[in-house]
Design a protein. Structure first.
Length: 212
């Protein structure tokens, strides 16, 4: 899919920011194709459940980065250490099989499909009974860049349960994110990609489970 859509060339160019209307369109296409949120089937006592209040407004805006990396998200105000910066699955899309994922991408232009392949990833443990899914946020949080373990300023503090850590302790996922230190207005918010997959081969193997 990546090669047939000419994604290498597309993603090497300057990619635009998306409006809320465009993000909503991506979510609506997913819903029209029968998309379901597995977290709605978690038991109330399941510690994977988000702790985000329903009226949470992430204190971020999307913009092009000054260092040439492309798009990113930036603080719209000062954020205190420990403050929740994102939470819940309201804007997430989920796929339980490779066919559904391909059908979704087929409904998009090449440029949009290439972005979606960048904004989504396979993850173990997200399904109701721990099944792997392909998922990703369809809002500006999809644009957050990697700061690495030392440079990340948002993530999951040690005193929070933000999702699930696998029994092998090699990966986890986070529905909720918090400021790991004080963040100044205008500063870019960076996560640690390795939190989601510590070893590249794990992600590769999970894609293979979906036949992709």
């Amino acid at each position: 899919m990546y090669h047939s859509r000419n994604c290498r060339k597309i993603l090497n160019g300057t990619r635009p920011l998306y409006t809320e209307e465009q993000w909503q369109r991506f979510r609506d296409i997913w819903k029209s194709q029968g998309g379901k949120d597995p977290s709605k089937r978690y038991k109330r006592t399941d510690w994977r459940n988000s702790k985000a209040p329903p009226d949470l407004v992430p204190p971020v805006r999307a913009a092009q980065t000054a260092d040439g990396r492309g798009r990113g998200i930036f603080a719209t105000r000062d954020i205190k250490k420990g403050e929740m910066t994102y939470g819940g699955t309201k804007h997430y899309i989920f796929f339980f099989d490779g066919h559904s994922y391909r059908r979704y991408l087929d409904a998009l232009s090449d440029e949009e499909a290439c972005d979606m392949m960048k904004f989504t990833w396979p993850q173990e443990g997200v399904g109701k009974n721990g099944e792997p899914v392909i998922w990703g946020p369809m809002d500006d949080m999809a644009l957050q860049n990697d700061g690495g373990k030392d440079g990340a300023n948002i993530g999951c503090p040690e005193d929070k349960h933000c999702g699930l850590v696998s029994s092998t302790q090699l990966f986890c996922f986070e529905f909720d994110e918090y400021a790991l230190r004080d963040i100044r207005k205008g500063e870019e918010l960076l996560c640690d990609y390795s939190v989601f997959f510590s070893l590249d081969f794990l992600e590769y193997e999970t894609w293979k489970e979906f036949g992709l």
